[in-house]
Design a protein around this ligand. Structure first.
Ligand SMILES: C[S@@+](CC[C@H](N)C(=O)[O-])C[C@H]1O[C@@H](n2cnc3c(N)ncnc32)[C@H](O)[C@@H]1O
Length: 333
């Protein structure tokens, strides 16, 4: 079965590397195994060969990063069970499974979240989307409370559209201790994973998780607590025609509906903006992660729908310097 396929993929050079393990009667260290799998990954054209190998070995040794393993652990022979685990996980990576799914967990901001295919894996740039909302939430807090006690703090209600694993929603709950979040996703797998992550992180009391498709649900269904202060979303925003060029890791394992934004990548963005006026309080805000081509497209679209009373008030760049985040505000009547 599997081991046979794997052997076929190994070059003679790797096989000898493998044999060199057995001749040392199983005394294989973490360092040896990292090098071995890195080589196998490289030969098989697996991207981020070294990182993948290091993540898998550290994970089996109970650490987050290879760098955090001390030299005693690095040179201690691995047990047969550890070697077997590393072998199993590495085989999955060899089939192009993203390392986040291989490990079954991944960090987002300060949280460790369970990851399970096909639920979208949170990307690092999205951490900055969370920071934007947190700044807005805390700014209100300072402005309104001044020198008053924290009891006078407002309690922002936030709606997240398309919660996936719960990364954004749960981070917000963590950073804004007075907030409540409604997290919505059209996929049952996503809703289930958000719920599981909320429970593991003991954040289930301030979150309302809904299984809804926003393109067919009424505003009312999304508002168990009345109009919200903020809407946040990292919607599917890949231009449909760009979908084919995504990495095999994504195309084979992630839910493509989580990425495919349809024509011009705007399908779900338009749905969110059309719903926003009936979901937001006066002067409430929408924070969106988008493609760098979207800020202009969204601005034009909003100008064609002035009755929505929405203003694009800021465009923020991601850590690569690309325009990535939109802050849109509902005009107060
Ligand atoms: C790019 S993923 C973002 C997931 C998560 N917020 C994150 O940043 O890691 C988009 C999510 O939106 C969900 N989604 C797509 N269309 C939707 C719709 N019409 N209604 C509700 N959720 C939707 C997908 O199922 C997916 O989980």
């Amino acid at each position: 079965g599997l081991s046979q396929t794997k052997t076929l993929m190994l070059s003679p050079e790797q096989l000898s590397l493998r044999q060199s393990f057995s001749t040392r009667s199983g005394l294989v260290t973490a360092t040896d195994v990292v090098k071995y799998w890195q080589k196998v990954f490289e030969t098989n054209g697996i991207p981020e060969a070294q990182e993948s190998s290091e993540y898998i070995v550290s994970f089996v040794l109970g650490a987050k990063t290879f760098q955090s393993l001390n030299s005693r652990i690095l040179y201690t022979p691995l047990t047969a069970v550890q070697q077997e685990q590393i072998q199993q996980l590495s085989t999955k990576r060899l089939e192009r499974m993203p390392v986040q799914y291989v490990l079954g967990e991944w960090d987002f901001q300060d949280l460790t979240l369970k990851m399970r295919p096909p639920v979208f894996i949170p990307r690092p740039e999205t951490e900055d989307l969370v920071s934007l909302v947190v700044e807005e939430g805390s700014w209100k807090y300072e402005k309104n409370s001044g020198l008053l006690s924290p009891a006078a703090a407002p309690h922002p209600v936030i709606l997240e559209i398309g919660c996936g694993s719960g990364a954004i929603a749960l981070s917000l709950l963590c950073k804004l201790s007075q907030s409540r979040v409604i997290a919505v996703d059209k996929e049952k797998a996503a809703v289930d994973l958000t719920r599981e992550n909320a429970q593991r992180l003991q954040l289930q009391d301030r979150i309302h998780i809904l299984h809804h498709d926003v393109s067919s649900s009424s505003a009312k269904q999304l508002l168990p607590w009345g109009p919200v202060d903020f809407i946040v979303s990292n919607p599917p925003y890949v231009f449909h025609e760009d979908m084919v060029s995504l990495a095999p890791e994504i195309l084979r394992y992630e839910d493509l509906d989580a990425l495919d934004g349809g024509d011009g990548g705007m399908r779900v963005i338009k749905t969110i903006l059309a719903l926003a006026p009936s979901l937001l309080k006066d002067s409430g805000s929408v924070f969106l992660e988008v493609d760098p081509r979207h800020p202009e497209m969204v601005e034009n679209w909003l100008q064609t729908y002035p009755n929505l009373l929405l203003t694009l008030c800021a465009i923020h760049k991601d850590f690569c310097g690309k325009p990535r985040f939109l802050h849109i505000q509902k005009q107060s009547r």
